[in-house]
Design a protein around this ligand. Sequence first.
Ligand SMILES: [Fe+2]
Ligand SMILES: [Fe+2]
Length: 279
Amino acid sequence: MDTLGTLSQTPFDLIVRKDIAWDFSEVPVHFVEHSTPLVSYLWATISAGATPIESFFIRALLPTLETISGDPKLERDVKAMIAQEAQHSASHRKLNDHLKAIGYDIDGIQAHFKRILDRATDGLSPLDMLGVVSAGEHGLYSIAHIYLASATLRRQIHPQVDRLFLYHFLEEAEHGAVSHDQYRYFFGNDYAHRLRTAFRARFVFSMLNEGIELAARGFNHRITFKDRCSLFYYKWIKPGPFRGMVTRLLAYISPWYKLGFSHEDLDKMKKWNEELYAR
Ligand SMILES: [Fe+2]
Ligand SMILES: [Fe+2]
């Protein structure tokens, strides 16, 4: 493999899994076992948001792809990553259709996501967009590792939904460094630019909260103080995926940020891939 003289930090060629059949027919409204339905609404919001966010990533990555020259490995990584993202979008669409059929306001949540994405990227050039995508992708890479490593979190989610997130997050873990490599191809180590564009990606956090509110409204669920406390406990304490994310996001904004793959990471990815195909 041509790993010399490339900006790619991915020590393997990415594969695009197109052979997975999905079945979401048994997924109930409250598909996460928890004392508050808001936790199910949170994961439904993440799935609903996956479609507009993936299209946004693809739209941002494509315009600069053709201008990459002299680095075939990087070019191959970016193309494969785009193909993976398109496949994620298609797979989430299937779950989203089911969620919509059982009463989730998927259209309302997605329209909201699109509005926020437009606002977050207003006035940015195609190259600036790479910075936003690189930061956003690092957020996804972070949540992917937290999800895959947390047995408690995964056990609470309905197995048909967990399988989708296992697949999606495995591929996020695999292409974790690609958009940052593409970004560095154009910007090198321009730290000020990295910070400025990463700051634009902060909207994702508030988008999730608003998605939860929209889902609750769609079900005429009046959010109580107890619901909010339980959701807070879930997000930040146990299993605490947001707490884990903040630590990893801070790593991205450090001037020395670098994303590599250890042997341990590669072993884990092999295990997750086996689990995906065993189910
Ligand atoms: Fe994705
Ligand atoms: Fe991704």
